[in-house]
Design a protein around this ligand. Structure first.
Ligand SMILES: [Zn+2]
Length: 295
């Protein structure tokens, strides 16, 4: 299988297209570095009972940035990108209706803060306290039920209820053992001269300059015949109407455009991860680290 050549700023990258089981994937290697004057707050592991998501938690005493945390941050950046670059994307993708390239808010019951975003350029509206714009597919015995706009561009990458996205995410682990948890915020119990129990949990931090690495996998081709860059069809129903009228015929050029114009900029725009932002936590630099192409 040949490599896919893409540009990242002034660099040319060679992305490999490889098989993983019966799925063809394009791995994008990612590093997340904690900024100089910041830190990452380490919270509890997510629990099914509380649904409290730690943005960073520990596995075997090693801090981990969970896939869900990075995925959430990337989703946010993709939504913003589609809102800010609507005109550019209209020119590229040539949609039959401008609403097709608007992102959705991925919930039928958005929060108050999310409702305020609706006027910024998201699709759909509130109707009798319910949001009608979110992406969802229901498959009946012999038919597929989907909203008239089809799946939005952000859910094309990230997935929605009833349909997978074209991106898969790994957890992020620190390189070697340079992660160094800083406990300077631990309150010392003056009587016993030991760290007070409760304060210890709140005070754990990953130090600046710690580098985490992981992977985003672009699903290139699936056994059922879905291909990255193309609109999917289930039965006679077109799912991804936002790319249906795209004039580009070359599959590799379509992939290159989606990676260069959407995936790479959204990755680069992630500047914050996780909690305690008001204390200056969570400032990160996210980079694509695939090896450069020759010539
Ligand atoms: Zn959507």
């Amino acid at each position: 299988m040949s490599n896919l050549k893409v540009s990242l700023g002034d660099k040319e990258l060679n992305l490999s297209q490889t098989m993983e089981g019966n799925v063809e994937i394009i791995p994008i290697e990612i590093s997340i570095t904690v900024e100089e004057k910041s830190f990452l707050h380490i919270g509890a592991a997510p629990s099914p009972l509380t649904e409290k998501k730690g943005s960073v938690f520990k596995v075997d005493r090693t801090p981990v940035i969970p896939a869900t945390s990075f995925k959430g941050a990337l989703r946010n950046q993709m939504e913003l990108l589609f809102i800010e670059k609507t005109n550019d994307f209209k020119t590229i993708f040539n949609p039959s209706n401008d609403d097709l390239i608007k992102p959705c808010i991925p919930s039928s019951r958005p929060t108050e803060a999310e409702k305020e975003l609706l006027s910024m350029g998201y699709r759909g509206k509130m109707e009798r306290n319910k949001y009608t714009g979110h992406c969802e597919i229901q498959s009946d015995e012999n038919k597929v039920i989907i909203g008239i706009l089809g799946i939005c561009p952000v859910c094309y990458f990230m997935g929605a209820t009833g349909i997978m996205g074209f991106l898969r995410f790994s957890n992020y682990y620190p390189d070697e053992r340079d992660w160094l948890v800083d406990q300077t915020n631990i309150r010392i119990d003056r009587k016993t001269n030991t760290a007070a129990q409760r304060a210890k949990v709140d005070g754990e931090q990953v130090k600046p300059n710690t580098k985490f690495t992981g992977t985003i996998e672009v699903i290139n081709k699936t056994p059922q015949g879905f291909e990255f860059g193309q609109s999917r069809k289930i039965g006679n129903t077109t799912i991804d109407t936002w790319v249906e009228k795209w004039n580009e015929q070359d599959n590799n050029k379509r992939k290159k455009t989606l990676i260069e114009e959407i995936i790479f900029p959204a990755i680069k725009n992630i500047k914050l991860l996780g909690g305690q932002k008001s204390r200056g936590a969570g400032k990160v630099k996210v980079e694509v680290t695939n090896s450069q192409g020759q010539g």
